[in-house]
Ligand binder design. Structure first.
Ligand code: F6R
Length: 590
């Protein structure tokens, strides 16, 4: 949430920065802004709306100069309005700051500074601008002033700034938020995500906690937290530039859902030795804790079922935002598996750091190469599904799930056999998609005005039902709730009325008849049952076919219909599935 890009080089900076920040729209789209420095003067534009909206209105790419910063905002402190958009300034508009994260003690700092400084916004970031204004008078340089200001800040931040007092540089720092420097001859980038500039360079330096980078045309230098100069070598990130375009699809979400069969094959491209080694660690560990948020937590949940059912290993799933309440009881020989598409989710990073502080080994399942989570983990498995742009996770979810299948097969000592079986699934998903998509669109039209949906399943498919409910609520704004089918009669059944839609995943496995019993209980109370099943049944009001597969693979074939249903309902309600309200991808605040 919130994206930053900075560029300095031998060419007009604004068009370069605009291109780069546009790729970070997934990090925030409530407002955007850009600032440049030319001939010792600061120029800026900012406004409400996405980066494309602000560009249309203010022609950001025409800002002069060879140094510029840009920001896309996901509001934390202060309403969505022009004043709260970034950049923010000191009183004399000599220092311009863009920031991702939260300055937790901003109220105290603001109270301290307010008499002497004029605050114009509600944003926490503004306290940093005024602190800088004080310290720059006493310090010799922007860097020194920033280091002093950092001593006063609590919270998490990635910060980049320019100043008319030192118009030849960008100064940047980060703590618990990603910030990456890109090196390209005489041109340098600083950004929240390498993806923004990967078409220009793949030579990067990751800023570690509290380090300060100074970018000038002559080069980039680094200071540690104590202001001492440090050498940091650039490293090549091993991911290819893939321009993420909609390729004719109406939304990134639809494109990414249709890539799900491919995502399975890409996730299968693993170093077998690494998978076997990690399975061995799972087997040896006294306790295994799997953690993640949102869709990644659902993948973790399915992972726990797979590791138990196939691998005979009982694992605990902890929602990452609750992780630290359990850290004290973690023994040293616990293994933590952290799951995250972005590798940046603040709650996941926090949990992992707490676990590591107790000497616990951590391995992670990540999509974004070189992300913070990948760097702090002892071992990392990449799911290789390529850039996922839509805020709602889809193809990354299936990629994460595939890794758990691999680990479970490896635990059984049947990795190769498992891979051979998994390789057959994508074609079945693809063929089924072509058969059911039209029906899902009709169903979306029929149900688009509902206020509530319920999702039920048992066993392995419970996590898929949870994923379906999350997807529906976050992009269509219809309340959706998932529960184990057996739990219905312990309370929720009271909410079933004539016509209430219930999505029931009725896998043809050992849960089939029991799930069908729950379906009957719903029917008896007037519920409208949407059966996700390999064959039709009189109890379903609507049947959404899934292919017949070996029992353990039903979760894989049930995901896509549920993602599609959520997408089609959102579209039928006139909502933009790529930009769910109030949300952003990469949740870098706790
Ligand atoms: C739901 C969704 C979110 C993310 C969650 C974790 O569609 O996208 O719930 O799954 O914010 O994000 P990562 O996987 O990046 O840690």
């Amino acid at each position: 949430m919130c994206g930053i890009v900075g560029f300095i080089g031998d060419q007009p900076a604004a068009p370069v920065v605009l291109r780069a920040i546009s790729r970070l729209e997934y990090r925030g789209y409530d407002s955007a802004g850009m600032v440049s420095v030319s001939n010792g003067r600061i120029y800026f534009q900012k406004d409400v709306g996405s980066i494309a909206d602000v560009q249309r209105k203010h022609k950001l790419d025409r800002l002069p100069g060879e140094i510029a910063l840009a920001h896309v905002r996901w509001a934390t402190h202060g309403r969505v309005n022009r004043v709260n958009a970034h950049p923010h300034f000191d009183c004399r508009k000599q220092i311009a700051v863009v920031h991702n994260g939260i300055i937790e003690n901003y109220q105290e700092l603001r109270a301290e500074l307010e008499g002497r400084h004029k605050f114009v916004s509600e944003a926490d970031t503004e306290v940093l601008c005024h602190l800088m204004e004080d310290y720059i008078e006493e310090s010799g340089s922007l860097e020194e002033a920033l280091l002093r200001a950092m001593d006063r800040l609590k919270g998490s931040y990635a910060i980049a700034m320019v100043s008319s007092r030192e118009p030849e540089k960008i100064v940047a720092t980060a703590k618990d938020c990603p910030l990456i420097v890109g090196l390209n001859g005489n041109s340098h980038f600083v950004a929240s995500d390498t993806f923004s500039f990967l078409d220009q360079t793949n030579e990067v330096v990751f800023l570690e906690e509290g380090e300060v980078a100074s970018l000038t045309k002559g080069g980039v230098s680094f200071l540690n937290r104590h202001g001492e100069e440090i050498a940091k070598e650039g490293q090549k990130v091993d991911s290819k530039w893939e321009e993420a375009t909609k390729e004719g699809y109406d939304s990134f979400m639809l494109k990414e859902i249709t890539e799900e069969p491919q995502a399975i094959l890409r996730a299968l491209m693993q170093d077998r030795g690494l998978i076997t080694e990690l399975a061995r660690e799972i087997s040896r560990a006294r306790q295994v804790v799997i953690t993640g948020c949102g869709s990644s937590r659902h993948a973790a949940l399915l992972g726990s079922y797979l590791l138990s059912k196939l691998g005979g290993k009982l694992c605990h799933v902890l929602t990452a935002s609750e992780f630290h309440y359990f850290t004290d009881s973690m023994a040293k020989d616990t293994l933590v598996i952290a799951v995250s598409q972005s590798g940046e989710t603040a709650d996941v990073i926090d949990g992992v750091k707490r676990a590591k502080a107790r000497g616990v080994r951590v391995f992670s399942i990540v999509n974004v190469v070189g992300s913070l989570l990948a760097r702090v983990s002892d071992k990392v498995i990449y799911i290789n599904c390529g850039p996922e742009i839509c805020v709602a996770a889809t193809k990354s979810f299936i990629g994460q799930v595939v890794i758990f299948y691999l680990l479970a097969f490896a635990l059984m000592g049947k990795l190769e056999e498992g891979i051979r079986k998994l390789e057959l699934v994508p074609r079945q998903i693809q063929e089924n998609f072509e058969q059911i998509d039209g029906k899902l669109k009709e169903l979306a039209q029929r149900t688009k005005n509902e206020n509530n949906f319920f999702y039920i399943a048992r066993g392995l498919n419970l996590a898929i039902a949870a994923e379906g409910a999350l997807k529906l609520k976050e992009i269509s704004y219809i309340h959706a709730e998932c529960m184990p089918a057996g739990e219905l009669k312990h309370g929720t059944l009271a909410l079933i009325e004539e016509g209430t839609p219930i999505v029931a995943i009725c896998a043809r496995d050992d849960t089939f008849y029991e799930t069908l019993n729950s379906v009957e209980e719903i029917k008896a109370r007037g519920g409208y049952v949407i059966g996700i099943c390999a064959e039709n049944n009189d109890s379903y009001d609507e049947w959404i076919r899934i292919p017949e597969v070996q029992e353990i693979f039903y979760p894989l074939v049930a995901i896509m219909p549920l993602h599609l249903l959520a997408h089609h309902v959102a579209v039928a309600r006139g909502k933009d599935p790529d930009r769910p309200r109030h949300l952003a991808k990469s949740v870098t605040v706790k």
